[in-house]
Ligand binder design. Structure first.
Ligand code: ASP
Ligand code: MG
Length: 480
């Protein structure tokens, strides 16, 4: 009789980024890591394109609309990088060598044809996504064949993620449809994991496909998200953990370009990690934190160069209490701040929703919002890169551009966020923030509501950013 109470088997989903595959040395490090874990775990590997290939593919797409000769050069360069890598890592006497070269030739030929399609038709995001997906397709096939060609007997299976990940049709920044995806992963991946003939599954990162089978990409850095989706979908059958191998140790408690000191955060919760990601710490694709959190899947960010090191970050659902209430002081140094004032008493509350849907429809990411109590002005922060677009949208809108509102955009500001889940229940944090800044003669331009209640966000002039981060770091982390 089947034992229904059987414990779920442990499984690890590992994400390797482009620099983990860039040359023979990196491949042997990747292999060492795989061999180390495969002894004790079921393993699914998710891989990015080889370093810089995605940039080159996007460049190829862009140039395909212009000069044909330059496109040939880019394609040749992409071919050479892969061919040299294959020559360096796969023995030419093994059958995998020719299989891999044939695969490369086919992919390069398809890319050249796609370039011609772009030249003939008008450019479109969906063709850009098809082109960008080739980086992962080629790198992951190489990884899988390389492992099969080795004598240590790991039998690997290559899977292209468009077969298992269904997304919406927001090309360039698609989001997964988790229910549909889970069904496919359970149907196609679980039997492979249970098969005695397969030891390891190598899945392409970064892309999926729409319900009608058009390739979509998950946004830059999207391979992290692929790993999270895989763990999410396998969770009902296995006991998964995700390991993101990175060229950093993990999450730091401040930005090393700005703060004089930083320390590694060894344990943080998903809610805190999301705050860090939102306020500029680009360690992980931000959506993958949400996906992992949904099913309480623990994840680790570990340094690729030093895989056995105890210095890494573990992210869990539970908020890990330690003696420090404030875990991190993060910052976005370059930000634009938009202020909309209404001289009259046009009620802003109704207007605010119109304002944010106008910006939201154009994919403008709002970093903070602050509204005066008189309700006749509202201030919000956006990426500097979006400032022109926002200015254009507002000035051309019926409601905001005409007689009722006055619009100001300021480009020399920075945002600082003091982050920690414990502050919710601790009075006096905000007071301490303002006293610290005041004592150091730092002028606070605005106070804002961040993305949640786990932070206090303040806006300062850019010239004060570094100083503000350092005095807050000192007050809350050194002395906190
Ligand atoms: N190759 C893609 C990029 O460069 C996805 C990734 O690396 O995660 O954005
Ligand atoms: Mg097996």
């Amino acid at each position: 009789m089947m034992n229904l109470s059987k414990e779920k088997e442990n499984l690890i989903v590992m994400k390797f980024g482009g620099s983990c595959l860039q040359n023979a040395g990196a491949f042997s490090q990747t292999t060492k890591i795989i061999k180390n874990y495969i002894k004790d775990y079921k393993l699914v590997i998710i891989t990015s394109a080889i370093k810089e290939i995605t940039d080159k593919l996007i460049d190829f797409y862009k140039k395909s609309c212009e000069e044909a000769s330059e496109c040939d050069y880019i394609i040749e360069n992409i071919y050479n990088i892969h061919k040299n890598l294959i020559d360096a890592i796969i023995d030419e006497n093994k059958p995998e060598y020719n299989d891999t070269l044939d695969f490369l030739d086919e992919n390069i030929e398809e890319l050249s044809q796609l370039g011609r399609v772009v030249r003939l038709l008008r450019p479109s995001m969906d063709i850009q996504d098809i082109i960008a997906s080739y980086g992962e397709k080629m790198s992951t096939f190489i990884v899988s064949q390389y492992l099969n060609s080795q004598d240590f007997g790991i039998k690997s299976q290559f899977i292209s993620s468009d077969e298992i990940i269904i997304t919406d049709d927001n090309f360039g920044r698609a989001l997964p449809l988790l229910e549909e995806t889970e069904e496919l992963i359970v149907t196609k991946i679980v039997p492979l994991l249970e098969s005695a003939a397969i030891d390891l599954i190598c899945v392409t990162g970064f892309y999926g496909s729409t319900k009608d089978k058009k390739i979509t990409t998950l946004g830059r850095g999207g391979t992290d998200l692929t790993a999270a989706i895989m763990a999410y979908s396998l969770e009902p059958k296995f006991n998964p953990r995700v390991i993101y191998w990175k060229d950093v140790q993990g999450f730091l408690n401040a930005d090393p370009r700005i703060a004089n000191q930083t320390a590694l955060l060894k344990n943080i919760s998903y809610v805190e990690a999301k705050e860090l990601a939102f306020f500029g710490s680009k360690v992980l694709h931000p959506v993958c934190l949400d996906v992992n959190e949904k099913r309480s899947i623990p994840s680790e960010i570990r340094p690729f160069a030093n895989p056995e090191s105890e210095e890494f970050t573990t992210i869990t659902k539970e908020v890990v209490k330690d003696e420090k209430i404030i875990k991190a002081i993060t910052s976005i140094e370059r930000l634009s701040m938009v202020t909309i004032e209404s001289g009259t008493m046009i009620s802003l509350p109704g207007t605010v929703s119109k304002l944010f849907s106008l910006l939201g429809d154009d994919n403008i990411n709002i970093k903070f919002i602050s509204q005066s109590s008189s309700e006749n002005n509202i201030t919000f922060g956006i990426d500097i890169e979006d400032a022109m677009k926002v200015s254009f949208l507002l000035r051309n809108s019926e409601l905001f551009g005409k007689q009722w509102f006055n619009i100001k955009i300021d480009h020399d500001i920075s945002l600082i966020a003091v982050i920690g889940a414990g502050m919710l229940h601790t009075p006096g944090i905000a007071g301490k923030v303002f006293t610290t800044l005041g004592n150091n003669k730092i002028n606070v331009r605005a106070i804002a509501q961040g993305s949640s209640e786990l932070n206090i966000t303040i806006i300062v002039e850019r010239k004060d950013c570094k100083n503000a981060v350092n005095v807050l770091y000192d007050a809350f982390i050194n002395q906190g």
